[in-house]
Structure formats: C-alpha cells, structure tokens
Design a protein around this ligand. Sequence first.
Ligand code: SIN
Ligand code: CO
Length: 383
Amino acid sequence: MRLNRKNHILGKTSVDTFLKKYWQKKPLLIRNAIENFQSPITEKDLFYIAQDEEAISRLIEYKQGLWQVKYGPFEKSDFPKKKNAPWTVLVQNINHHFSFANSFLNLFKFIPYARLDDLMVSYATKNGSVGPHFDSYDVFLFQASGEREWKISDQKEFSLDKKSAIKIITNFRSKNSWVLKPGDMLYLPPNIGHWGISQSDDCLTYSIGFRAPSTFEIQSKFLDFIQDSLNTNKNYLYKDPNLNLQKDPAEINTNMIKKIQQTVNQLRWSKNLINTFIGQLLTEPVETAIFQRPKPISLEIFKKNLSKKILELNPKTRMLFIKNNFYINGELIEVDKKYAAYLRQLANNKKIAFKPSLDKKDLNALGITLLPLYLSGFIDFIQ
Ligand code: SIN
Ligand code: CO
C-alpha cells in the first residue's frame, strides 16, 4: 500500500489543515489518497463475513419504487444475482475479521482512538445505492474497487420518506458530484446529505466510521454507573421520631421533604470517579463482540511468551488511557506507574514486544497485570 506524496492518507491536505478546516466542518475530496490501490478484501470475503452470526450486515435493494432492507446473518442464496435490480451489501466491523482492515484503520490515527468506530465495507452492483441520506457521524468514504459517483448536498432541511424502511431524503438537491476511482476518498462531516451510486459491478467502498456518544447516553450510563457504586445497605431507613400530628394526612410534610432532599444531595462524585466512568464508557466493546478465551496457561508459561513473542490487542479490543489509568473493554486496570509506559505503548500501537533483557521482577509484575487480560481473550500473542 503506497501512500500519496505527504505520506499520509489526506493527500495534499496536511493533518493540521484537515483538523482546522474540515474535520466536523466541511467535506473534503482526496484524489489518489492511496496510489494503485487494490483491495485485499474482495466481494467474496464480504459475502462470507455477512454469513457470520457475529457480523452486522444489511442487504439494500431498490425494487418497485421502494427502498427495501434485509438484515443478516445471510445465507449464500440470499444474495441476488448480479443482473437483478441494483443491490448493495454492507458489513460493519470488518476490522474485527481481517488484519488488513485493522491496519488500514491505523491510517486514521490522526483522530483519537476514542472517536474511531469501525471499518464498514459495502459491495454494490452497477447502480446499487443505499439512497440519498445523511448520517449523524463523521465518515471517510474510501473507494476500494470499481467506481462510485457521490453526490452531496448543502441543504439544512431534509424531508424523509415515510414509506421507506431506511432513512431516505425525498427532497435531496445535489450541490456537487464526483466519480471516485480506487484510491480516492471523500470525507463527510455529520449531517451532510449524500448519495453514492455504484458505476460498476465491482464497487467496494470502505466507510471509516466514527462514534460520538450522545448527551443522553453519557448521562444515562453515568447514572447506571453511580447506581452500581451506591451504598446498598438497606438497613439505613428513613426515621421520624419527632413526628407531629398533621391536619392533612395526605400531605408530604416539610420534614420528610427536607430529609429526602438531603439524602439525594448526599450523592457525590469526584473527578476521579468520573474519569473511571469515561474510560469504561469509551472502551465498552461493540455489543456483538465475543471474546474467545484461550486455553488457560500458567503465569510461568505466560511470562516466557511475554519475553519472546509480540503481544497484540485482539482486533475487537478497545484500550484507552487517562494518565496512568488504563481501560480495556470497559475494565479499569490498575498498574504501578513504573509499568505505565509499556501499557501506553500497547494501547497506542496495539502491540508490544518486550525486551528479552527485561529483569525478572519487571517481567513478573507485567505478567501478573497482563495474564488476566490474556485469559479473557482481550490480548494475544502474534504466532
Ligand atoms: C455505501 O457504502 O454504500 C454507503 C455508505 C454511506 O453512504 O455512508
Ligand atoms: Co452515509
């Protein structure tokens, strides 16, 4: 894979300019983001993954004037013939299935991992499309094989097709359009109307998707998190030894209101607790991710492997950190400051090779920290 001039995927645009002028602000077309690109992922691969229980996949067809959608997992026979009405198959989280797809995402490291979602790949027959629509998240649309015309709009108001099972804009007005060839890429910030129409029978488009938690998600999950840390001693009961006779027995008296207000106001959370919540929230794995546990091994064998082999994150693993606190798939890992640099390296590069010269005490401490992660299937050795 050869990157264009500046040795990054944004072509002539520098990362700084991209972040200042385009990211979350306006679309950017990058011609030849990767020169002579040939997709290592083929349509056959895609159909194969779309049959997997764990994969999230959709088949979209435009038939008899209606946009129709079926959800996977699919069987081979579910895919229409190429000559049928135009159709598209889309499969999410392809980075969980192909190491190429996982390393392709590394080209987008200029955006923090906490914002990166997945690599979705679509295959479309000629004229295949998912219709004019907008997405709520940023996306890079990379043309991996065949050609696709992208039309984008600058309208702010959209009306949606009520009859359609997918989100379709009925008043789409195109402002710009381009035909993307293999290696070209289009960046779109959220809420830009767009319509991609395949121009060939071998159209593969990679969507590099980003995630952004909603205020509702943050607040409701935070309340769940706080709930989990509550004092669960149910013997602390409301007391009123100084009760006075009240005129209206149905009225909630002021003493009771004050006491319950005080109890509610006793709820406190520190910055550290919020940080733990943030780390856990942002490293929650995707809902469908299943981590296969390896055969259990002893600490001694694990340490031997650590000193010889490269350790890498499972492609489904999310690992992030705040200072010296590490979060992996929603779990906090406590680690001595002395070893934080190793874990930072593992989180940033998604792999690490420990020096054979690592002293016994350090190897032991790292082994004790990392073995449970290995046994959970979160990390593994490159064979
Ligand atoms: C596609 O790959 O067909 C659709 C991607 C998108 O519009 O977001
Ligand atoms: Co879209």
